[in-house]
Design a protein around this ligand. Structure first.
Ligand code: BEZ
Ligand code: FE
Length: 292
């Protein structure tokens, strides 16, 4: 490329950057200037053709058109590009033994049903029962009582309740840690499932030779006064998808032993599972202080 061409391209970037000079919000100005610098660098680095620019606009248009209250294709796009996990990394610096955070995903729903200790949050969702128990503590090891523990997961067929197109509420719920910081409940043994891949993001994955499959996991969001809210999941040790999770959400510290139990094996609370097999997992949660 000639020096003259380089100068012409740099001048376009400089002109756009100058346009933010009167922005009254310094943070907005910082974000927009950086965004423009990186976008322009990208266009120049790959020598983006006009046909490719058009294809990109069409892709974003389709992403918008398929998005509604139930389907958030932009979050999915952010997830498969690792932008969600990079944002999690930037905003959740390691703090002592605090439990690591991971991607939120699009399937959390406000106002999930409250369950008592030892109760079942499957609410009829299909799958193998799984006994989950553990503690919530702070980074000094002190129990955290009254922490709100939100849990949600896909059923054995790989679907969240919100994907069924009816009003069912299943495989989700919340409970509060007891005075010793302990909690226990029944859920479903997590199974692998594909992220929604019948839209533009799915076509992007297919075109780039990537799988839409997520490693098996159980979502948690844990909040308590004075503590940093933790959004995370636990994964199943031995799952072959751990190394290729579609949204890069797996962290070693979040891989847990889900111990398989034969049908008829006594359950921790004496629940009669009618001879079905079940599993159990321990998950001790450590919360960082707010603002850590
Ligand atoms: C999930 O785990 O629910 C999820 C995360 C990212 C994209 C799609 C689904
Ligand atoms: Fe999930």
């Amino acid at each position: 490329m000639t020096d003259e061409q380089q100068d012409r391209e740099a001048a376009v970037t400089a002109q756009v950057l100058r346009s933010f000079a009167d922005c009254a919000d310094p943070r907005l100005r910082e974000v927009m200037e950086s965004l423009v610098r990186h976008l322009h660098s990208f266009v120049r680095e790959v020598r983006l053709t006009e046909a490719e620019w058009n294809a990109g606009i069409e892709f974003l248009t389709r992403t918008g058109h398929i998005t509604d209250e139930r389907r958030q294709e932009f979050i999915l796009l952010s997830d498969v590009l690792g932008v969600s996990m990079q944002t999690v990394a930037v905003n959740n610096e390691a703090y002592g033994d605090a439990t690591e955070a991971t991607v939120f995903g699009p399937f959390f729903v406000q106002n999930s049903p409250e369950i008592g200790h030892g109760e079942d949050l499957a609410f009829g969702a299909v799958g193998e029962p799984c006994w989950v128990e553990g503690t919530v503590a702070d980074a000094d090891g002190a129990p955290v009582a009254g922490a709100r523990i939100e849990v949600w997961e896909a059923d054995e067929d790989g679907f969240y309740d919100t994907q069924y197109g009816d009003d069912r509420v299943a495989a989700r719920g919340h409970l509060f840690s007891d005075t010793d910081g302990r909690y226990r409940f029944w859920a479903l043994t997590p199974t692998p499932y594909p992220i929604p891949h019948d839209g533009p993001v799915g076509r992007l994955l297919a075109a780039t030779g990537r799988s839409p499959m997520r490693a098996s996991h159980l979502h948690f969001m844990v909040s308590a006064l004075g503590r940093r809210t933790l959004v995370t999941h636990i994964f199943v040790r031995g799952d072959e998808l751990l190394a290729s999770d579609a949204v890069f959400g797996v962290k070693d510290s979040l891989v847990k032993d889900f111990q398989p139990q034969d049908g008829g094996a006594p359950t921790p609370d004496g629940r009669d599972l009618g001879g079905r097999s079940w599993s159990r997992v321990d998950f001790d949660i450590v919360l960082a202080p707010d603002g850590a």
